[in-house]
Design a protein around this ligand. Sequence first.
Ligand code: 0WD
Length: 256
Amino acid sequence: SGLLQGKNIVVMGVANERSIAWGITKSLHNAGANLIFTNRQERSYQKLTKLLEKHQIEAKLVVTCDVSNDESIHEAFSEIKEKIGVIHGLIHSVAFANRDELKGEYADTSREGFLLAQEISAFSLVAVTKAAKEVMTEGGSIVTQTYLGAERVIENYNVMGVAKASLEASVRYLAEDVGKYGIRVNAISAGPIRTLSAKGVSGFNEKTGVIEEKAPLRRNVDQDQVGDATLFFISELARGITGEVLHVDSGYHIIG
Ligand code: 0WD
């Protein structure tokens, strides 16, 4: 029973139990989806296998995919095509920037650090959309994860904010490209959530405190709330929506 019964969905970016992609996994699983996972490293693979076992979730397939490598993306989606056939959804929950550039002044960003953040956090969506559309022959839905730092200056978020702005613009351009194939592309803009990646951003604890104080709902969001909003985008309930950025942030972005 469920909204996603019989649908094959690829999830990229489960590092551990705190990952936003893990909250998304639980929502998609509860809706009846068949799940395929991609991991960058062996370490994440072990963690994912244990997590799936613990929660009694079956993976249809787990493949390696390092988004910094075109060959790795190609191999991952070839294997998915060969072993699964058609996919109906893709979750992109991947980002990276050098830790020492997630503090201080944005003006101090290095050329290499700028390009790295853009490559892993924004271009990766372009590359995986191109690969995924070949396997989405029945139409589909792609959902990525962004953050308010794309729209506003948020202390310390710096080079990642600029990469997220690029990611959000990519969502719009990609939505236009693949719309004619019945594929939708959307983003969730989540409030701050304590994860492995979030630890890399200086002053993260202060950010969650501000949400409790100022957001209309006066509480932080969690991975499960992002999971349910992502489920909506993946499902047919969102069939009229593409190129959109949906805030799952207790309403914080409306407050001046
Ligand atoms: O507050 C937060 N945590 C927010 C996060 C608020 C709003 C948005 N986001 C975004 C992040 O920017 C990111 O795009 O959500 C997405 C997921 O982030 P997360 O859940 O906070 O972080 P984490 O649990 O560390 O997962 C990030 C994944 C890891 O998976 P693996 O399997 O590789 O350990 O991104 C992965 C990272 O390693 N990643 C890569 N995956 C493939 N190829 C690569 C790469 N080259 N680099 C990083």
